[in-house]
Each structure stands twice: as C-alpha cells, then as structure tokens.
Design a protein around this ligand. Structure first.
Ligand SMILES: NC(=O)c1ccc[n+]([C@@H]2O[C@H](COP(=O)([O-])OP(=O)(O)OC[C@H]3O[C@@H](n4cnc5c(N)ncnc54)[C@H](OP(=O)(O)O)[C@@H]3O)[C@@H](O)[C@H]2O)c1
Length: 305
C-alpha cells in the first residue's frame, strides 16, 4: 500500500484490539507505529515502551510527533484490577492522563478506547451522554481515563463492549476461552447472568480509522469530538455464546450448563450495559458483523488443535 503520509501511534499494539487497529491503519496507507511492552519480543515490528514511564512516553511522542494517537493499552480484566487496583490505576488512569497531556502538547488527535463497564447495567441502552456509574474498580479506572481525555480536550473517547477477534492462543480472550470449554467436552457451568454484545476487533478498527480520517479531513459541519459508542449487533450471555459455538462447529453441548446467578467472587458485573451508537451511525459507520459470522474464522484454527 502506498503511503498517504499520515502518521499514527497505537498503544497496546500487541493486544487483541491494538493488533487489528495497527493493521487497519497500515492497510489504509498510514505510517503507523505500534507500541508494546511485555510481548514486544514477539512482535519485532513494534516499539517497546512502558507507558507508565511518563518521561519516556513524553520523550517518545515529542520526538515522533504523530498526527493521531490511538490508546488501546490497558489492564482489561476487571478481576485483575479488583485484586491489584494500584498497578491498574497507574496503567488505566495515570498513563492515560499523561498520554492525553502529551497529545495536547504535540497537537495529536487522541482516541481513547474505553468500555461499557463505565455503566452499571441497570438502565440500558446507554446513550453517549448517559451518566456513568461503574460497578467495579476497572470501570472506575477507565472512567478516569475518559475524564482526562475530555477535560484536557485531547480528543475523543470510544466506548466498546466485550471484544472478540483473531487470537494467537485460546487463553488470550474470553470468547476463545469459552471455545476451549465447549471443545473439551467436560462438564462445565457457564454464566447465564450478564448480557454482552460482542464486537469484532476488525469492525472497531474500522471505526477508529473512520474517526481519525474524518478528524484530519475536518469536513465542515462534521466535527469529531466527545464520546462515541460502538457495539456488536447481538445480545447474549456467555452461556448462549457457548451454545452458538457448539452449533456452528457441530460439537456436543450436553456438558454445558447455565449458571443464572450473579458471580460470588471477582469484580461485580453490570447485567446489561448495552450501548446505543447513534453518533457513529450518523457519521456513517458500517453495520457490524453478526456474532455467528464473525466468530467462525476466529475459532476455526483451534477446532482440531
Ligand atoms: N477485551 C475486552 O473485552 C474489552 C472490552 C471493552 C473495552 N476494552 C478496552 O479495549 C482496549 C484493548 O483491550 P484488549 O482486549 O486488546 O487488551 P489486551 O489484549 O489485554 O492488550 C493490552 C495491551 O496493553 C499493553 N500494555 C499493558 N501494560 C503496558 C505497559 N505498562 N506499557 C505499555 N503497554 C502495556 C499490552 O502490551 P504487552 O502485552 O506487550 O505487555 C497489550 O498490548 C483496552 O483499553 C480495554 O480496556 C476491552
């Protein structure tokens, strides 16, 4: 692909979403630089940078001066954040504030990836301007990142739901872990309590590119600012996802039992944090892929592994 001379830095480019975002920008001809940390050695194309090292981040961005920064890096597991709130706060909140400050300094457009976990799930669907009320420490830490992004006028917040997409190993995402349980055939009880709207990382990457291109094009009357929502089209519990996987790959499902109760350990979860996505629809975002179509190529490589 011929370069279009536009420049972007993607944090978390070794992660589930960041890999797709980096690829999407590269395919569109951008000069894209991806950052990683502990998995940098597995991705020679990425730059190793600990984003909690605020001086190193500032130095990197001042010398790179990208036009756009897409901030995907985070501790994404609510259970991990609940157990290690201080470390998670440094990464999810403090590093985000520093990146937003640097973005303002180098005049980069900052796209902060946030989550539907900023809502308590009691009054869905949530509009972009709905009042946030996180139930767990993860949601609080991500909301703090949103507040920095908006208050510093650094760029936009893109809230997304439960993700799925290509993985290197089944342990890498919740959807892939579920497939491992479906395939294993051993009795397993899966949550049938909270509802999710799984979104494919390639769709989200396309939306991130759309926001960046529209911002740089600065089409009159189409300002890119504030908070945006993206969601997959289908609502389901993890138990229902597991049954769909079994059907798609013609696997037995008698071993899968539903657990309708709220989890008794780990971080509290919102029952239904569905997002309404009107602002992105008005911008012309394409229709998201349905779960049954999107998940097959993701899981196929692991069917006989
Ligand atoms: N996964 C979901 O279902 C979900 C749902 C809603 C919102 N989100 C949000 O979407 C974004 C992407 O999530 P994901 O699932 O792609 O996460 P992921 O696969 O766990 O990737 C996390 C990324 O953060 C990087 N990272 C961690 N600590 C770092 C540090 N100190 N310095 C630099 N980079 C660091 C990791 O790099 P290394 O691995 O190289 O250390 C990795 O690239 C996050 O902001 C998350 O909050 C995710």
């Amino acid at each position: 692909m011929e370069s279009n001379n536009k420049t972007v830095v993607v944090t978390g480019a070794s992660g589930l979403l960041g890999r797709a975002v980096l690829k999407r920008f590269e395919e569109a001809g951008w000069k894209a630089t991806g950052l990683a940390f502990s998995r940098a050695h597995k991705h020679p194309n990425l730059v190793k940078l600990d984003i909690t090292d605020q001086e190193a981040v500032k130095h990197f961005l001042v010398s790179t001066r990208p036009e756009v920064i897409v901030h995907c890096a985070a501790e994404k597991s609510p259970d991990v954040v609940e157990k290690q709130p201080e470390e998670a706060r440094k990464l999810n909140a403090d590093a985000t504030r520093n990146l937003a400050l640097c973005a303002v300094q180098v005049k980069a457009f900052f796209i902060y990836i946030s989550t539907d976990s900023v809502f308590d799930g009691k009054n869905p669907p949530y509009a972009e301007d709905a009042t946030t009320s996180p139930l767990n420490k993860y949601g609080h830490s991500k909301r703090d990142g949103e507040v920095s992004t908006i208050n510093l006028n650094a760029g936009v917040v893109l809230r997304i739901p439960f993700l799925y997409g290509p993985v290197d190993e089944l342990a890498e995402s919740s959807v892939a872990i579920l497939f491992g349980q479906v395939k294993a055939g051993k009795p397993v009880t899966i949550s049938h309590y909270d509802y999710r709207r799984p979104a494919h990382v390639d769709d989200i990457a396309g939306v991130v590119l759309l926001l960046a291109e529209k911002k740089l094009a600065s089409v009159q009357g189409e300002q890119i600012y504030g908070i945006y929502h993206w969601s997959g089209p289908d609502q389901m519990t993890k138990y229902e996802m597991a049954l769909i996987m079994a059907d798609l790959f013609k696997l037995p499902k008698d071993h899968i039992k539903a657990d309708p109760n709220a989890p008794t350990s780990g971080a509290p979860r919102a029952v239904d944090p569905s997002l309404s996505c009107e602002r992105l629809q008005k911008l012309g975002a394409p229709t998201p892929v349905d779960f049954r179509t999107g998940v097959v190529p993701v899981l196929q490589p692991f069917l006989n592994a």
